[in-house]
Design a protein around this ligand. Structure first.
Ligand SMILES: Nc1ncnc2c1ncn2[C@@H]1O[C@H](COP(=O)(O)OP(=O)(O)OP(=O)(O)O)[C@@H](O)[C@H]1O
Ligand SMILES: [Mg+2]
Length: 275
């Protein structure tokens, strides 16, 4: 779905923000991108969405070269991007206008636009929102995501979409992203909320504009010390199980949701009782 080969990006100021990026994201995959402030995550997100062009190398999104001006609309239709601050995404006062803007550009008829708006606002639970100015950050982020989904992309790149939200808002948006992935969308998820990476198939670690490593979800627990060595925080749930393991209590976990871990914990205790 996404293929980056030998990509460098240099800002007009001369700042070399990305170097030698090689990244393949398969259709339907959920890839998280983590890294310190300034490591190049947003630059990468913008390049993958085709908002900026590589200074060197090439990026293909579903076969479309992001440099190709004539394919820009097709690219927009294929890959959407959601920013950290929804206010950068919403330009109109009316929620409806924000959602219909991209659809108009894509040449949908007014009837088709109405139908799509009705469907998407219902799906996102935002049908009662009217003015973007009167919404909370979390509500604005829902509208921003709706305006991207309305275009029917196959892939969405999220650049720290929950950073400005409270815990409930974070959870809501995180669940929406998981749901979109379940529906078959390809997801690239830039995040600093370490617990959010647990939903990803793979985690890409960026450091100083270079891909420093990659960890598959099933390898996460075994790589916990390696992850910490790159300066990353590790999810609390994993830290607890890691400490228990160091104390000789090895609870095997396959899925890192709280419910799944509780089940594994109960099975472990049941086995102890029977032994
Ligand atoms: N418009 C710009 N002009 C010049 N340099 C920039 C610009 N935007 C970002 N940079 C630089 O490029 C590097 C990567 O920035 P980027 O925003 O991609 O990092 P990030 O990983 O998204 O950081 P954060 O976690 O703070 O969002 C940084 O050193 C930054 O200073
Ligand atoms: Mg950023």
């Amino acid at each position: 779905m996404i293929s980056a080969a030998g990509v460098d990006y240099i800002y007009p100021s001369g700042k070399h923000a990305l170097t030698g990026i090689n990244l393949e994201v398969a259709k339907g995959e959920f890839v998280a991108v983590v890294g310190h402030n300034g490591s190049g995550k947003s630059t990468l997100a913008n390049l993958l969405a085709g908002l900026e062009k590589p200074s060197k190398g090439r990026i293909l999104v579903d076969g479309i070269n992001t440099r190709d001006k004539k394919d820009f609309l097709r690219l927009r239709k294929t890959a959407g991007i959601v920013f950290q601050n929804p206010e950068n995404q919403l330009v109109f006062e009316k929620v409806k206008d924000d959602i219909s803007f991209g659809l108009k550009n894509m040449g949908f008829t007014p009837e088709e636009i109405e139908t799509r708006i009705a469907a998407i606002t219902h799906k996102m639970g935002i049908e009662h929102f009217t003015s973007s100015f009167e919404l909370s950050m979390g509500q604005k982020q829902r509208v921003a995501i709706a305006s991207v989904i309305a275009m029917g992309p196959e892939c969405i790149i999220f650049d720290e979409p929950t950073a400005m939200l409270d815990p409930k808002g974070k959870k809501d948006i995180h669940n929406i992203i998981i749901e979109l992935h379940k529906q078959g969308l390809t997801i690239v998820y830039v995040t600093n909320v370490i617990d959010e990476v647990l939903a990803a198939d793979r985690i890409i670690i960026l450091e100083n504009g270079v891909i420093k490593g990659e960890v598959k979800r099933e390898e996460l627990f075994d790589n916990i010390e390696h992850l910490r060595a790159t300066g990353l925080e590790t999810p609390v749930i994993m830290d607890i199980l890691f400490r228990l393991k160091q104390r000789g209590i090895n609870i095997v976990v396959k899925r890192w949701t709280i419910d799944a871990v509780v089940e594994n914990f109960i099975s472990y205790i049941d086995e102890l009782k029977q032994a």
